[in-house]
Design a protein around this ligand. Structure first.
Ligand code: 5RP
Length: 243
């Protein structure tokens, strides 16, 4: 029970969509003609791709984009954004993506609620500037407080990795993400995601190292020292946080 009426919930949803639009609009202003751009995944990134497509069309921008998921690639293609790859564009001028949590002070992120964390990290790390767009609910004082940490693992032997995450790394739980019909969810890379609940994460760098050292872990949703700028939309407009 949330105590909210359906009207309140729909009002909240409208406000959140509006915040996503404002953050997305602010981010796409950074994009200039001729740039190579990384396109994130998730609902906020999708709003950003829509906004970018409008600029591409209206201003006849010649940009090339590398998407972080099949869904974002499909959306971009449909909206007339030219897609690229790392052969053509080994370095991106800018990447723009959403996040699930942003630590208020360090700007460390948790990403991967949408299952695209691996490609998102590859794309963000190839970009000169990585801009994160969120609404203000995603700013946290303690990482892991809003959602579990997603960890992408190879399917074979995932139960062994689950055991190690709990017994050696200290996860309270490490559930495989499932589809509505109960089947285990598979990422665009055909891997599984273990959604791991930890006590509040105080040393993200050491946790990240320990997780990455487990054989069979492909990557995790901690993005440390990666965000160049976080654009946070809320009641008072869009604020910029920088490291
Ligand atoms: C997908 C992600 C998304 O960027 C993150 O989940 C935020 O999504 P949304 O904008 O829908 O809240 O990391 O893997």
């Amino acid at each position: 029970m949330t105590g909210l009426s359906s009207e309140d919930i729909s009002h909240q949803r409208d406000a959140q969509l509006q915040f996503k639009r404002e953050a997305a609009q602010a981010a796409v202003k950074y994009i200039e003609d001729g740039m190579a751009v990384g396109l994130g995944s998730g609902t906020t990134a999708s709003v950003m791709i829509d906004a970018l497509a409008v600029r591409v069309k209206n201003e006849n921008l010649r940009i090339r984009a590398i998407p972080t998921s099949e869904a974002s690639g499909e959306q971009a293609r449909r909206l007339g954004i030219t897609l690229s790859d790392f052969v053509q564009d080994p370095i991106l001028d800018i990447a723009i993506d959403g996040a699930d949590e942003v630590h208020r002070e360090t700007l460390t992120l948790i990403k991967g609620r949408g299952g695209a964390l691996l490609r998102e990290k590859i794309v963000a790390s190839a970009a000169r500037k990585f801009i994160v767009i969120v609404d203000d609910r995603k700013i946290v004082d303690s990482l892991g407080s809003r959602m579990p940490l997603p960890i992408e693992v190879i399917p074979w032997g995932w139960e062994r990795i689950q055991t190690l995450l709990i017994s050696k790394i200290g996860a309270r739980t490490a559930h495989p993400r499932t589809e509505k019909d109960g089947r285990i969810y598979q990422t665009d890379n055909h891997n599984f995601i273990l959604d791991c609940v930890f006590d509040p994460i105080t040393d993200a760098a050491s946790l990240a190292r320990d997780i990455a050292a487990i054989t069979g872990v492909v990557d995790h949703g901690l993005f440390i020292d990666m965000a160049s700028e976080v654009l946070v939309a809320g009641q008072n407009g869009v604020a910029s946080l920088r490291r």
